[in-house]
Design a protein around this ligand. Structure first.
Ligand code: C5P
Length: 232
């Protein structure tokens, strides 16, 4: 079953140190996988960790989900864009002025880094969103945030694979979708906003983020081989 394009799968390096992350990365081919550096690794290692994995040939998704006033997001992105980053993100709950400030930082730096926006975290379910005071379902909320993102020239969104088909239909195929919350083994019980790898690819999701399905597996190299066997 060859369903994944090379580098469509992004491996989340949710570790404290470069050394720990390297134990996984040594099993990965940069021609086939990209890496995601999130808050956990970045807050301990700083920007040098980006450079270290770049040197090994990997493209980096820096997942810091920036969420702050427009000026702070603008200035932080101006700093981050000095590094070689393939993709990074802001949180769309920061509002349209913040989205605009983020895009301005990208334009001024003239970098090619893809800038995507986090819609609703895949860890949240309908009940959580209701309790937060939103008077609408998750898919409507994701759609509204995505429309705002597109209007402000953000390249795409982070969402659940469950929302991809709708977004592609309403916002166009070129609007990028990045989908975490993916399961590889298809025999597990279903849960809110979690989708199997096969289903996620079928929806047309551009990039698939794989985290604990790989990092928590008992035999990591075997799990990586399994994902590799899906790559065209
Ligand atoms: O371990 P798991 O496959 O659930 O990995 C999820 C990864 O994706 C984590 O690094 C988490 O920070 C990230 N994530 C995200 N956006 C979401 C949900 C998870 O970026 N909506």
């Amino acid at each position: 079953m060859k369903i994944l394009h090379p580098k469509q799968a992004i491996i989340a390096l949710d570790f404290d140190s470069y050394e720990e992350a390297s134990l996984i990365v040594k099993n990965l081919n940069p021609e086939k996988f990209r890496l995601k550096i999130g808050k956990q690794l970045y807050s301990n290692e700083g920007p040098k960790v980006i450079e270290k994995f770049n040197k090994k040939g990997f493209e980096i998704f820096l997942d810091l989900k920036l969420h702050d006033i427009p000026n702070t997001v603008y200035k932080s992105l101006k700093n981050l864009f000095n590094h070689k980053i393939w993709m990074t993100n802001i949180h769309l709950f920061g509002g349209e002025d913040m989205m605009d400030a983020a895009v301005q930082a990208k334009r001024e730096t003239q970098c090619e880094t893809l800038l995507v926006g986090v819609t609703v975290l895949t860890s949240l379910n309908e009940d959580d969103v209701k309790k937060m005071g939103f008077g609408m379902g998750i898919s409507d909320l994701v759609e509204i945030l995505s429309f705002q993102a597109k209007k402000n020239d953000i390249d795409g969104v982070v969402c659940s694979a469950k929302e991809v088909s709708n977004l592609k239909e309403n916002l166009g195929k070129d609007f990028i979708t990045v989908t975490p919350g993916i399961r590889i083994n298809e025999d597990k019980n279903d849960q809110a906003r979690v989708v199997t790898l096969k289903e996620a690819v079928k929806t047309g999701s551009n990039f698939i983020v794989l985290g604990r399905e790989i990092t928590n597996s008992k035999n990591i190299p075997k799990m990586i081989k399994k994902v590799e066997s899906y790559i065209i």
